[in-house]
Design a protein around this ligand. Structure first.
Ligand code: SF4
Length: 528
């Protein structure tokens, strides 16, 4: 089999395809986006007709994957860590319905918040849901793990979470391919009530889920991804989870770490291996990307002075790990480092020159001049960059869809004017339901849906609401005459200011749609 040079994300996509994948579902979100993108353009996936379109949001993606699993085939659902919050209802319940055809829930976490609103660690969700986790330490494991994930998923009728973090998701390495497995045939679940969560069934299923935890732990004990490497110097032992193992070993390029190491790539934690390192070593250092979930569980409520990590201050509590931070925590002498060349200049984020949002914001700012600052509730996307000078056009950013809901709440408080700024794809993701709320409660708000024809920020994916925005707004009950489409161009500035002013003056729900494609849209669409 030929060797491929793959990003961690791409390795998951290829691994799932080679393990008999029939359907990939997801919503784009950095750093997870490339998993579905890879499957979308993969010639073998195209030839096999593997399902591979984006979903409206993470929750619908999770449910669609469950549907494919119900029908007996293998599915993958992908999202970034904050997307798992959106999918959480379906995700938590999927631990009770379980799987028929195997399901991988591939979640990419973003410690250090390179392009995210928080640092949450998806392993907490898996613990919450009592679901097994596979956490690759390199691209080869990211490729190999889907096969095991599907085996576990189908053996225990349970989805498996695959957790990856930014650095691995977005770095490349050579990957050795395995044989390609055949896709499952359609088949119904043996137990026809498996996917029926009536309380009487759910209670039984929850007991069953608790019962199999011990079996899942036994799977971890024998897992090839949980390895114990002995070392001569037992004054210290090291538990390294996922990518942290790579960071650790970059400090021992001769592979000659003198201390015992327990490398963790599968959860629940393998108790006897953990017990061994705790018994054999005087002190135990724990390195894990994200939150100190392993450290906390081994520490216990009253603490354990033998354990070192993020909780006792050996390392900072927040932020991404790297080889240097691991080195410092172990007290190893500093390595000589290269200076960053001058050509590598800092690039603060900014709207692209010629971005359509610029003219929208200029018009909106002028329309709002008489009301002062603080009136625009924003959503998540390129337009969030409108917070920065020189535009300073938006005032909030919380989560997907929050612009409209927050504007509704502020209007309920008597705040005027109350403006929501949202993009076309974000509107399709989670803006439609709060717009329905606004219509039902006759909120006095203006919703600005900035239609740039694409999901720009995550890399130009198709947008579900694209071409349907007016119909959706009419469908949820916005009056036709208060759905105004404008062209965000400087030559239209006066006209656009006038439209914004008119809709602010209207006492009810208005929608203004500034419509002009992102300047990168044609180049990207041409490539497809
Ligand atoms: S990518 Fe497109 S939408 Fe985003 S800032 Fe640039 S031009 Fe604007």
């Amino acid at each position: 089999m030929k060797k491929l040079l793959l990003l961690g994300d791409e390795a998951i996509g290829q691994g799932a395809l080679d393990a008999g994948l029939s359907g990939a579902y997801g919503y784009p979100g950095t750093p997870s986006t490339e998993i579905v993108e890879y499957i979308q353009r993969n010639p073998e996936a195209i030839e096999r007709n593997v399902h591979r379109t984006w979903s409206a949001n993470e929750k619908t993606a999770m449910e669609e994957a469950l549907g494919m699993s119900y029908a007996g085939k293998r599915a993958i659902v992908t999202m970034k860590h904050v997307g798992l919050n959106v999918a959480a209802d379906a995700y938590m319940n999927s631990a009770l319905t379980g799987a028929n055809g195997g399901i991988i829930v591939a979640v990419a976490d973003d410690p250090s918040m390179h392009s995210s609103q928080n640092e949450q660690d998806s392993r907490f969700y898996a613990k919450f849901a009592l679901m097994p986790v596979l956490e690759p330490g390199d691209q080869q494991e990211a490729y190999d793990m889907p096969k095991l994930a599907y085996e576990i998923s189908e053996k225990y009728h349970l989805p498996v979470l695959m957790r990856i973090t930014t650095r691995l998701a977005h770095s490349r390495a050579g990957v050795e391919r395995n044989d390609v497995l055949k896709e499952n045939e359609n088949h119904m679940p043996e137990n026809k009530d498996q996917f029926m969560l009536l309380p009487a069934f759910a209670r039984k299923k929850y007991k069953h889920l608790l019962l199999i935890q011990n079996d899942l732990e036994q799977e971890s004990e024998k897992s090839p991804y949980n390895k114990y490497f002995d070392g001569k110097d037992r004054s210290r032992g090291i538990i390294a989870c996922g990518l942290a193992y790579n960071y650790l070993m970059e400090n021992f390029l001769d592979e000659n770490c003198p201390h015992p190491i327990l490398k963790i790539g599968q959860y629940p934690l393998p108790r006897s291996k953990v017990q061994r390192i705790m018994d054999e070593c005087e002190e135990v250092f724990i390195f894990e990307e994200g939150m100190p979930i392993v450290e906390e569980s081994l520490n216990g409520f009253l603490g354990n002075t033998k354990i070192h990590g993020r909780l006792d201050g050996t390392m900072d509590r927040d932020g991404e790990l790297n080889p240097k931070r691991v080195r410092e925590a172990l007290g190893l002498p500093e390595l000589p480092s290269r200076n960053i060349p001058k050509v590598v200049a800092g690039r603060p984020p900014a709207l692209c020159v010629g971005c359509p949002h610029i003219d929208t914001y200029k018009a909106l700012n002028d329309a709002l001049k008489e009301y002062g600052k603080g009136h625009v509730f924003s959503d998540i996307g390129c337009y969030t960059l409108g917070y920065l000078p020189p535009y300073q056009a938006i005032d909030t950013c919380v989560d997907m869809g929050a612009s409209i809901s927050m504007a509704v709440g502020a209007a309920d408080a008597g705040f005027f004017p109350s403006i929501a700024a949202i993009g076309d794809s974000t509107f399709g993701h989670s803006g439609m339901t709060p717009l329905l709320d606004a219509v039902i409660s006759q909120s006095n708000i203006v919703v600005v849906i900035m239609d740039n024809d694409i999901t720009a920020m995550t890399g130009m994916q198709d947008s579900q609401a694209n071409g349907r925005i007016e119909e959706i707004c009419i469908g949820v009950g916005v009056e036709k005459e208060h759905i105004r489409v404008i062209n965000p161009l400087s030559k239209q500035h006066e006209e656009n200011v006038k439209v914004f002013k008119e809709e602010i003056a209207y006492n009810g729900v208005s929608v203004v749609i500034p419509r002009r494609p992102c300047i990168h849209v044609y180049a990207k669409k041409k490539k497809k």
